[in-house]
Write a protein that binds this ligand. Structure first.
Ligand code: GDP
Ligand code: MG
Length: 205
């Protein structure tokens, strides 16, 4: 999203409050965490996604299946546990089907956040994929207690409250998948003057 000639403040990222986040009544808490750091909400909608939308969302990046399968295997091995399979793609296929079930189970909130380093900042606030090992102070670390092992036992997706784009490219593709260009609002937040202007010279009359 950030073109070479654009300021960092134009970077955008895509987030979803997943059905468990809505059901846990954490909408306000989650939005507050993204908002209070200085990011600007530029698009938002409440919806129940279709299975097709979810599967397409997770496969926009051709490398996602390999990466998610490898990460899952590592999650088991790091704890001295045996992964359900040693084939990342086989694991990824199962994860994708579980994700389709999870994300279509109720309403979600899709959002676009804008600001300097939006992608990395939102990932930092969100925390690592597995709530059991994500850092305290992050959304996934503070509000949910799921693990790779428990979700595997129950043959379901890890419940981790939110989705957040993993890279600027992923964000760009996901925003285009979930929002029409006219649904994204270009406006100024007055606090941006303090966050981004080279001089803080407008404070006194
Ligand atoms: P994220 O970017 O941190 O959300 O993680 P990924 O893009 O790797 O995975 C997408 C989502 O799939 C995660 O947020 C989880 O909800 C789910 N998921 C990922 N890996 C696993 C896994 O190994 N087992 C299960 N059950 N769910 C997983
Ligand atoms: Mg991801």
């Amino acid at each position: 999203m950030t073109l070479p000639n654009q300021h960092h403040k134009h970077e955008r990222t895509f987030t979803i409050i997943k059905p468990d986040g809505v059901q846990r009544t954490l909408i306000g808490e989650i939005i507050q965490r993204y908002e209070r750091i200085g990011l600007k909400l530029v698009a938002m909608k409440l919806m129940v996604p279709t299975e097709n939308m979810v599967k397409k969302h997770y496969t926009l990046d051709a490398g996602w299946k390999q990466a998610v399968g490898e990460k899952s295997i590592k999650g088991f091995l790091d704890k001295g546990q045996t992964p359900p399979s040693n084939d990342p793609l086989e694991i990824a296929e199962k994860i994708l089907n579980r994700l389709a079930k999870y994300l279509t189970s109720g309403p979600v909130i899709a959002m676009v956040w804008q600001g300097a380093h939006a992608v990395k900042i939102v990932r930092k606030i969100t925390g690592g994929t597995e709530p059991l090992t994500s850092d305290m102070g992050t959304i996934r670390g503070d509000f949910v207690l799921d693990s790779y092992q428990m979700s595997e036992t129950d043959d379901r997706s890890i419940r981790n409250l939110v989705h957040a784009s993993g890279s600027v490219q992923e964000a760009e593709d996901e925003i285009a998948h979930w929002f029409k260009p006219e649904e994204i609002v270009d406006y100024r937040l007055f606090q941006e003057k303090i966050l981004y202007s080279a001089d803080m010279d407008d404070i006194f009359g």
